[in-house]
Design a protein around this ligand. Structure first.
Ligand SMILES: *[C@@H]1O[C@H](CO)[C@@H](O)[C@H](O)[C@H]1NC(C)=O
Length: 207
């Protein structure tokens, strides 16, 4: 009788320990999972205001945990991604422009693009440095945000100008397509950055 009682209580203890362990891992997993889902939902909602919501979401979903539902962090991340990509693209167009066998018009159009994109790189860099010390609610905040909006819009215009320069009939079609594909990507990323900067500015000034 006593042995049976002992056996049952050992069994009960083992079951309890197992339950507790399972419960523990559930409890540990739930908040991370939930906040991850919230962060992802924040990206999805923010992307709805952009011109290409699906592309935006697939681009930024991987930054969800880094952004953590902060509109400022999303703006900074988007600027950083636009900056990195524009920088990389400029370098790749520089090497294209040095290729042998380009017609004079083609080389000139590529050089113009390099110049335009180089300006974009600088404008995006200024925007990143300007956004980091900007504090929502500070007296300078509105002016800083408006400067950033101006720069990022200018970057977008430069990217358009680059593509316009490639539209002439004298430009080889493969060259045109290759450069356009790269610059369109840069332009999308810049437009996402602008949308998120606008969102952050609006959210922070209406608080
Ligand atoms: C941009 O590049 C820097 C340096 O390589 C990197 O630390 C940063 O995470 C990149 N930004 C994004 C948004 O990927």
């Amino acid at each position: 009788m006593a042995a049976a009682g002992f056996f049952f209580s050992v069994t009960a203890l083992v079951i309890l320990i197992q339950l507790a362990t399972n419960l523990n891992s559930c409890l540990a997993a739930t908040p991370v999972h939930r906040s991850g889902r919230r962060s992802t939902q924040f990206i999805r909602t923010s992307c709805r205001t952009t011109l290409h919501p699906n592309l935006c979401f697939t681009t930024f979903a991987r930054y969800a945990t880094r952004v953590r539902g902060s509109s400022r962090s999303l703006a900074t991340t988007a600027l950083s991604l636009a900056f990195n990509t524009t920088h990389f693209t400029t370098k790749s167009i520089i090497s294209l422009s040095k290729r042998h066998g380009l017609k004079r018009r083609e080389a000139a159009a590529l050089r113009d693009c390099v110049e335009q994109l180089g300006d974009s790189v600088n404008e995006l860099k200024y925007s990143i440095t300007k956004l980091s010390p900007a504090t929502a609610g500070s007296r300078d905040f509105r002016r800083q945000m408006s400067d950033i909006q101006t720069w990022v819009s200018a970057a977008l215009t430069n990217e358009d100008t680059c593509m316009d320069g490639l539209s002439g009939k004298s430009i080889n079609r493969n060259l045109k397509t290759g450069v356009r594909r790269r610059v369109v990507k840069v332009a999308h990323l810049t437009s996402f950055a602008l949308a998120f900067v606008n969102r952050y500015a609006a959210a922070a000034t209406h608080k």
